[in-house]
Design a protein around this ligand. Structure first.
Ligand code: HPA
Length: 266
């Protein structure tokens, strides 16, 4: 960790960002037009190479309206075969860099039939169905407590802020519970019914490990999903990764506008 932090601080001249944004599917190019310092994950000591198509794999440091941000262009997914510790390592790095709030974005399937593909959903809570927890193992008391409270992972004031920003931009917004499954196979129709019964509104393959660790470290979390498809069985159509990529890119403008409004007002 010390090696990672030293390297990043040297590269960024001790930039010390206050906010971290993880850019999910379709949002990768959000920061392309900002003046920034970027570092490929491949250069950062102890960062693993990210393997998913459409995820560039770099940290981008930039200021927006006088506030300091670090963007993660690309994240690690458990289904890539990374250990759950690798998936959340960047979040611990963010904490050590001085980040106070983390915005997690992703693409997800709509489990709630009232939601529609291309809707955006503010995450109000999650269900961890990964079958593991990123905090398993020896506890680092410097980062957080052994048995952290998870009553308000997704901070109410940030949910309200995101809602207000959507309203300002006249963007329709949903709120709901995100369930994380490991993937990489999509869910079966029966699994989707189960998720609905459990109280999920959306299902995806990311975000929850990062949210757990960010909350554990005492950072504020805001989560936003781009609903790219109906989860399996809600319509008769089979799911494809291409559909997810296409819908994410169709909703991109709206998602980027909302994200920018949030960053301006956070
Ligand atoms: N299931 C799981 N993950 C996803 C989905 C889905 O339907 N859509 C986008 N990511």
């Amino acid at each position: 960790m010390q090696e990672t932090i030293k390297f990043i601080n040297e590269k960024t001249n001790n930039f010390n960002p206050e906010f971290c944004v993880i850019l999910g599917s379709g949002l990768g190019d959000f920061v392309d037009n900002y003046d920034s310092i970027s570092i490929p994950y491949s250069e950062i000591p102890n960062f693993k190479q990210s393997t998913v198509k459409g995820h560039a794999g770099k940290l981008v440091f930039t200021e927006i309206e006088g506030k300091k941000f670090v963007f993660m262009q690309g994240r690690y997914h458990y289904y890539e075969g990374h250990s759950i510790q690798t998936v959340v390592y960047p979040i611990k790095v963010m904490k050590k860099l001085g980040v106070k709030s983390v915005i997690l974005t992703n693409a997800a399937g709509a489990v709630n039939k009232d939601f529609k593909p291309a809707d955006l959903m503010i995450i109000t809570d999650h269900i961890n169905l990964l079958g593991t927890n990123p905090l398993i193992g020896q506890n680092d008391d410097e980062l957080g407590t052994r048995f952290p409270d998870m009553s308000e992972v997704y901070k109410k004031h940030l949910v309200e802020l995101a809602e207000k920003c959507a309203k300002n931009l006249k963007i329709k917004i949903q709120k709901g519970v995100y369930a994380a499954c490991t993937g990489p196979s999509y869910e079966t129709p029966t699994e989707v019914k189960m998720l609905r019964t459990l109280g999920a509104d959306a299902v995806g393959m990311s975000t929850v490990p990062e949210a757990i660790v960010a909350n554990y470290c005492g950072m504020n979390v805001l989560g936003i999903s781009c609903l790219t498809n109906y989860a399996a069985g809600i319509t008769k159509n089979p799911l494809t990764h291409n559909e997810v990529i296409e819908s994410a890119s169709a909703a991109k403008e709206k998602f980027q506008a909302l994200l920018l409004e949030i960053l301006k007002n956070i």
